[in-house]
Write a protein that binds this ligand. Structure first.
Ligand SMILES: *Cc1c(COP(=O)(O)O)cnc(C)c1O
Length: 370
């Protein structure tokens, strides 16, 4: 069939929200120093890789995965120190869990509320699951605007609230007390998204029992397992046994289950890498802070947000020099002239800083000549 005919059929049949949506864009990073996606830059020790290879060689990939994922859940309970009486629900990455939550709660007319700027998938998933989306602006320093957020929670009565703790793309950790007040004010379900827990100094997991409307979501993506696609929700059985009904039975494959179990047996190796990344983050923060014209924001995640004039030219200049970071300019008014760089190895960070200085020098010269 000619493609014009296909596309006219598609635009008749597809929901308007889908036609209007922009796909989540993942740029090609071939040959680049890749500092755009908050991945852990470190490979696993050889010994551990060999153990994984042996386990994979033995895996029964002719069988469907264990739908209960019993051993993996047991490992997760252990490494997260899950309080008694709390359960976990596994997702194919935490993105899948955001979608599952929205599908479970999107009665007609219900609202998903988050803050802005924050993780773009909250808005995207609200849109394609047909939920109304409300984004409450953060304060100018990217802290929670507590009175505005509490007012919005009371006014909009959201069925679902997402708070990223620490926040992406700003990197800061909101005040725990402010988050607690939002959880208490909300009639709906509040999900504290702890994607960056390994790099932060606080968590809501120990407080799960205190709030009947709280779930904590985590992913292992930022800790070195982005390729496995594994996230989980932690919370009370009453919530999770309902949400479990929506989970597709085999959403986490045999290989991700098996590899994650092996990796979590060596959780301390991953946490040591996270500690290294935190030290490198501190060094990179100081270096960026020392560059004239760059304003860098404090971070409790494995990335740094910074502001620089002509951000898009700077981003392009870095890319031409083989360094891929994330351009946030144009995404949200509060992120004008903002770029986000993932903390890489010291060598990658050095290449990034050198490319940045070179780009800024070239832009300055261009202006002098103009
Ligand atoms: C990266 C990220 C996720 C998604 O992680 P996956 O498990 O890889 O889907 C969720 N929330 C926040 C805030 C993130 O930054």
């Amino acid at each position: 069939m000619p493609s014009a005919a296909v596309s006219s059929r598609a635009s008749t049949l597809l929901r308007g929200e889908i036609l209007d949506l922009h796909a989540y864009h993942v740029p090609d990073s071939t040959g680049c120093v890749k500092l755009d996606a908050m991945e852990n830059p470190y490979r696993l020790p050889h010994e551990l890789r060999n153990k994984i290879a042996a386990a994979v060689a033995d895996a029964a990939i002719n069988r469907y995965p264990d739908p209960a994922a019993a051993s993996l859940k047991e490992q997760i309970r252990g490494v997260t120190g899950l309080p008694d009486g709390m359960e976990v629900l596994l997702g194919n990455g935490s993105d899948e869990l955001i979608q599952l939550l929205a599908l479970a709660l999107n009665k007609p007319g219900t609202t998903l509320l988050s803050v802005e700027p924050s993780f773009v998938m909250y808005r995207m998933i609200a849109t394609f699951t047909g939920m109304r989306y409300v984004g409450v602006p953060l304060a100018a320093d990217f802290s929670l605007d507590l009175s505005a957020t509490l007012a919005a929670v009371r006014r909009e009565q959201p069925a679902l609230v997402f708070l990223a703790y620490p926040n992406n793309p700003t990197g800061n950790l909101f005040s725990a007390d402010a988050v607690a007040q939002i959880i208490e004010a909300a009639q709906g379900l509040v999900v504290v998204d702890e994607a960056y827990y390994a790099f932060a100094g606080d968590s809501f997991i120990p407080h799960l029992a205190r709030y009947p409307n709280l779930l904590v979501m985590r992913t292992f993506s930022k800790l070195g397992m982005a390729g496995l696609r594994l996230g989980f929700l932690a919370g009370s059985t009453a919530w999770l046994e309902q949400l479990e009904k929506l989970r597709l039975p085999y959403n986490v494959g045999v290989l991700p289950q098996l590899v994650a179990v092996k990796l979590l047996e060596h959780h301390e190796t991953l946490l040591q890498q996270a500690e290294q990344i935190k030290r490198d983050r501190a060094a990179l923060y100081r270096q960026l802070g020392g560059i004239a014209g760059v304003r860098v924001y404090p971070s409790e995640a494995n990335f740094l947000l910074f502001r620089v004039a002509h951000a898009t030219e700077v981003f392009d200049g870095l890319k031409r020099r083989g360094v891929l970071i994330k351009n946030l300019h144009g995404g949200h008014t509060m992120l004008n002239d903002c770029l986000r760089v993932t903390v890489g190895t010291p060598d990658e960070c050095a290449k990034f800083v050198a490319a940045l200085q070179d780009t800024l020098n070239q832009l300055a010269q261009g202006e002098n000549h103009a």
